[in-house]
Design a binder for this molecule. Structure first.
Ligand SMILES: NC(=O)c1ccc[n+]([C@@H]2O[C@H](COP(=O)([O-])OP(=O)(O)OC[C@H]3O[C@@H](n4cnc5c(N)ncnc54)[C@H](O)[C@@H]3O)[C@@H](O)[C@H]2O)c1
Length: 466
């Protein structure tokens, strides 16, 4: 068993690897240290190496080079793009690393099965980044449902409400716009929900059906006269919600979202900034922490440029993919999809995903024979309410992650996931880790089955995905 500080390598120092998970090592240097990085983008590689004090000889341009070396530590974080997960994760396990692998495991179902098999054969742990399992919100929901307070679970509605601007950023203009190049939307966005639902309910689906389509982000819905790029004199510049400078330069949709998902002073300050930026700039002279709002340079701007300035962003909008008109992109992933599942006990579950929400959040409604659960995750904080039928007892649980916004993405799930991965390595409990990988595999196979059902119009029985 390794000592309490685990040495790790990072494969893919992009948004997730460098910004969502690696900060754990900076916050807990006694638990985690990055000793090598593989990243083809020289700016990202250098920035990560500098932050984590990685010497030149342990900085690599690709995972192939890095994994040729004997194992440099116990853990590998694989945070490359969807289609680049299987090969480095398999190679890392075979090289003797326990692996934390970004979701989706792979965009191919056969590869997902291979990943589980390699973990089983090699004895190396494989943890999949199903971050929702590590949030206070979904843990509380699971505890409540499994306490029996709702009686027999009869009907469940889960909604993944993707905000209009996040949809445009990631799934119309961005990396996950094309299902052949990346993943079908139901896999990319909802493998989390397909993981969390059986986990919360304590039972698995036995059949499913799905329907959905790309309705809105198509050429026929473009405003009259809209050019290929927003900055080429678009006549709808003042009215289109997807006008790129509105999203990336004014950034009001982003700050509205931050405000909607924050609490207390942060909520007030970010909201005030959307209404009166000059006020927040003036106040930041006296309250220096406010400077992080006008000086913000994190996601989604870091997708457009490394250490982005306003000029970098303006240039990226002139020439890069994020300046394209949303009605004239090469996107094909759906912007609305519903999955209907029947569970072992007979309950019906609907999972609705759509990309036209005003606020980014998930919501859940669980109807039981003895009570009802309603939950909101990431909309003005997060909360769960229970109403009991017989007694009319009503209780509300606040499940927001409040202590720190620093890197605590996904309602606190990102960093808690890293903590759990490290703990699992320290415990050496391979059997529990393998069970977790099996459950992650099921979530992915459900997503592939849902996509098959959407495309074929057929109801699918569990024998097809087991
Ligand atoms: N768990 C979640 O909730 C969650 C959320 C968002 C994204 N994701 C997933 O995380 C993954 C990464 O997403 P991202 O936004 O960080 O992408 P990204 O493009 O910012 O990062 C991927 C990095 O991998 C690097 N890379 C490419 N080829 C490589 C190679 N041969 N060796 C080493 N590195 C290489 C790229 O240069 C890039 O910096 C994706 O699969 C995505 O679907 C998961």
């Amino acid at each position: 068993m390794p000592d309490s500080k685990i040495k790790a390598i990072l494969i893919g120092a992009g948004q997730r690897g460098a910004q969502s998970y690696a900060p754990y090592a900076l916050q807990h240097p006694d638990e985690l240290q990055f000793v090598a990085v593989a990243e083809p983008n020289a700016l990202r590689r250098a920035a990560f190496a500098q932050q984590h004090h990685i010497p030149k000889e342990y900085q690599f341009e690709s995972w192939e080079e890095l994994l040729q070396k004997p194992a440099l530590g116990e853990a590998a974080l694989v945070c490359t793009q969807d289609w680049q997960h299987t090969a480095p994760a398999v190679a890392a396990m075979r090289a003797g690393y326990h692996v934390l692998l970004e979701k989706p495991m792979s965009n191919l179902s056969a590869d997902c099965r291979t990943l589980l098999e390699v973990s089983r054969q090699s004895g190396q742990q494989l943890h999949i980044c199903h971050v929702l399992r590590y949030t206070p919100h979904f843990n509380k929901m699971r505890e409540l449902v499994q306490s029996g307070v709702l009686g027999q679970i009869v009907q469940v509605e889960q909604r993944e409400n993707v905000s209009f601007w996040h949809m445009a950023h990631s799934y119309v203009r961005g990396n996950w716009r094309n299902s052949q190049e990346s993943s079908p939307m139901i896999l990319a966005k909802c493998c989390h929900d397909l993981d969390i639902l059986p986990w919360v309910l304590g039972q698995n689906p036995v059949s499913l059906a799905s329907s959905g389509s790309l309705m809105h982000f198509r050429p026929e819905n473009a405003p009259a006269g809209a050019p290929q790029r927003c900055l080429d004199g678009c006549p709808a510049a003042d009215t289109c919600p997807y006008y790129a400078p509105h999203i990336y330069l004014e950034m009001s949709p982003f700050w509205n979202s931050v405000s909607d998902t924050s609490l207390g002073f942060n909520r007030w300050a970010t909201h005030a900034y959307t209404e009166n930026p000059a006020l927040i700039r003036a106040l930041s002279v006296f309250v220096p922490s406010l400077k992080q709002i006008p000086n913000y340079g994190g996601w989604p701007l870091t997708v457009l440029a490394q250490n982005p300035t306003a000029q970098d962003i303006a240039e990226a909008l002139q020439t890069g993919p994020y300046g394209r008109c949303v009605y004239h992109c090469d996107n094909d992933v759906v912007d609305q999809q519903v999955v209907l599942m029947q569970m072992e006990d007979g309950a019906s579950v609907t999972l609705t995903m759509h990309g036209h929400s005003h606020h980014e959040h998930r919501s859940t409604r669980i109807e039981g024979s003895h009570g009802r659960l309603l939950a909101e995750f990431g909309n003005g904080g997060s909360r769960i309410t229970i109403d009991e039928h017989r007694t009319d007892w009503h209780v509300e649980y606040i499940t927001s992650k409040v202590e720190s916004d620093n890197g605590a993405g996904h309602g606190g799930g990102d960093l808690s996931l890293v903590a759990s991965f490290l703990q699992s390595i320290r415990s050496g409990d391979t059997a529990t880790a393998l069970q977790g990988t099996r459950e992650a595999l099921q979530a992915h196979l459900l997503a592939f089955a849902a996509e098959e059902s959407r495309l074929t119009g057929k109801f699918i029985q569990k024998e097809r995905w087991i």
